[in-house]
Ligand binder design. Structure first.
Ligand SMILES: [Zn+2]
Length: 533
């Protein structure tokens, strides 16, 4: 007797191949049979007639380490069919925190993780103590976190003992089962690191068979060089490179997607292991302070807040922004393209643009930004519309670009329901399948599913996940291809996606008739010599 049989659905197995009819049997967490007209008995039969049965979606780029301890049900993700989240991206991880440095890490991450409590921890203890969640998790250690631990917010190369400490902390995290290292070279303190520093750490990754993921040094005016740097690190160290949320930011750079994709394909052709991920939106999300020139953050938060009050700093920033646009985001039409998402100390401003706020206060927009950051202790998180839809579509259209929300698991209730976060946290996967596949026909359904399942599992080295195969772990998503849709909007982001009826994680039903059962069957997937599982 099987635990569950799913009958009557169309199988799209994650390989990119065409769909077919079959029943799927599940027992003890595994797929035990996939046959048309399966004759076995089961304790539970799920009727999937008219629906697609796919592998559970893998969100390859997330920051849910900031919210899963507060929202272990992973509501905004699991209701889109996500069964595995990769955490610790863009150089940011909440561990390790060396004795006495947890407060510094909390302050550093407050614009991303305002509600999380921080404590001294090794990476191993962090993994050991991670709460039970509804989704599987894969952990990475962040380069910005390591650099903060080793040398604070210093704009200089590390001394040999500081570099040795980073290598040691990386090694500890890898021994504990971290997938690899993520970097965030667009922002302090990662941006103070030269390529050589990353190559040194990349050699540690190579020794462990671990991977490198990068929020590259620049996604705007220097995006081509930044992609080249990520590829060069992978090539120099012989490691897999994941380029995060591929985009061309800033109006001066629009129209470059075809060439950027061609450069990445050329690297693949010469044997570099490189993959990319993307979220399907023209708007990005970041701490407000990261839009300013990176020198503003030298020395840490107090030093930055002090500097933002100085007229000379504002003159210099104004000149640099006029010449080059925003740090990492390039040129935007106006500060109306920047909207407050989460503001821990001034929550009433969520949803307003910096342009609105400046006009209402009768201030120059950059002065308004500086004043805002000072009152909000530097913790403000914003949305910035800086991409071109044609580039976004060109990147979606590439069958090799994987899907990552770059978002956290949220819920429309409790602590994580605050503010107006990016709708991608609730909608990435549903938007791709509803808007870009069904409405626009940019990709076939099997191609799109592959980008969020089998393709991602290959890039990550996941063991027996990402495809529907007999013997594989039973991570499954059942959805209606005619109704799956994003419902979150910029004005009303805390809205679950529509169209997903059933989700199984490790053979346990988490979403049943589109409702959360409350179960927490996710596992922390650790990297070993045999892969990630
Ligand atoms: Zn990022």
């Amino acid at each position: 007797m099987d635990d569950i049989v799913i009958r009557g659905g169309q199988i799209i197995d994650g390989s990119g191949g065409p769909g077919y009819q079959a029943d799927v049997a599940v027992s003890e967490g595994r797929i035990t049979a996939m046959d048309l007209g399966y004759a076995g008995q089961a304790r539970r039969v799920i009727d999937a007639t008219g629906q697609v049965v796919a592998p559970g979606f893998i969100d390859i780029h997330t920051h849910s380490d900031f919210t899963l301890p507060l929202n272990p049900q992973a509501e905004s993700k699991i209701r889109q069919g996500v069964t595995t989240e990769v955490l610790g991206n863009c150089g940011f991880s909440v561990a390790p925190a060396l004795p006495g440095r947890a407060a510094m890490l909390r302050d550093y991450l407050a614009a991303s993780a305002p509600w999380l409590t921080f404590q001294d921890t090794t990476f191993a203890d962090y993994l050991q103590g991670f709460p039970a969640t509804s989704v599987n998790t894969v952990m990475q250690v962040g380069h910005n976190t390591l650099r903060l631990m080793a040398m604070g917010m210093e704009d200089r190369p590390p001394r040999s003992e500081e570099l040795a400490l980073m290598e040691h902390l990386l090694e500890e995290a890898l021994d504990a089962g971290a997938l690899g290292l993520s970097s965030g070279l667009f922002t302090a303190p990662g941006c103070y690191a030269a390529t050589e520093e990353l190559i040194t750490l990349g050699h540690v990754l190579h020794r462990h068979g671990a991977a490198y993921a990068s929020h590259i040094r620049d996604e705007a005016n220097h995006v081509f060089e930044a992609v080249r740097e990520a590829i060069a690190i992978g090539e120099a160290c012989g490691i897999h490179v994941q380029i995060a949320h591929l985009k061309l930011s800033g109006s001066d750079n629009w129209g470059g997607a075809t060439q950027l994709l061609a450069d990445i394909e050329a690297a693949r052709q010469r044997g570099v292991q490189v993959d990319c991920d993307q979220y399907p939106y023209t708007t990005a999300s970041n701490p407000l302070r990261n839009l300013l020139p990176t020198w503003v953050q030298v020395g840490g938060m107090e030093a930055m807040l002090q500097r933002l009050g100085e007229p000379a700093t504002r003159v210099r920033m104004r000149e640099e922004i006029a010449a080059q646009g925003l740090n990492n985001f390039g040129r935007i039409p106006s500060w109306d393209a920047v909207r407050i998402a989460i503001s821990p100390h001034q929550p009433e401003y969520a949803g307003q643009t910096m342009g609105d706020i400046a006009r209402r206060r009768g201030l120059d927009p950059l002065d308004a930004v500086c004043e805002y950051l000072i009152v909000d202790h530097g913790h403000t998180r914003i949305l910035v519309t800086s991409m071109d839809e044609a580039d976004v579509r060109e990147i979606i259209h590439s069958p090799s670009v994987l899907v990552g929300s770059d978002g956290t698991s949220l819920a429309p209730y409790g602590t994580t329901s605050q503010g107006k976060p990016h709708p991608r946290f609730y909608g990435t996967f549903a938007r791709l399948l509803g808007h870009y596949v069904r409405e626009l026909g940019l990709l076939s359904l099997p191609q799109a599913i592959h980008k969020m399942t089998g393709g991602s599992a290959r890039a990550l080295g996941l063991v027996e996940r990402g495809l529907l195969r007999q013997g594989y772990h039973a991570d499954l998503t059942i959805f209606d291809p005619h109704t799956i849709a994003e419902r979150a909007t910029y004005d009303d982001p805390h809205q679950y996606a529509a169209g997903v009826s059933t989700v199984l994680v490790n053979g346990v039903v988490v979403i049943d008739a589109s409702e959360h059962t409350g179960t927490l069957p996710g596992r922390v997937l650790r990297r070993t010599a045999a892969g990630v599982g």
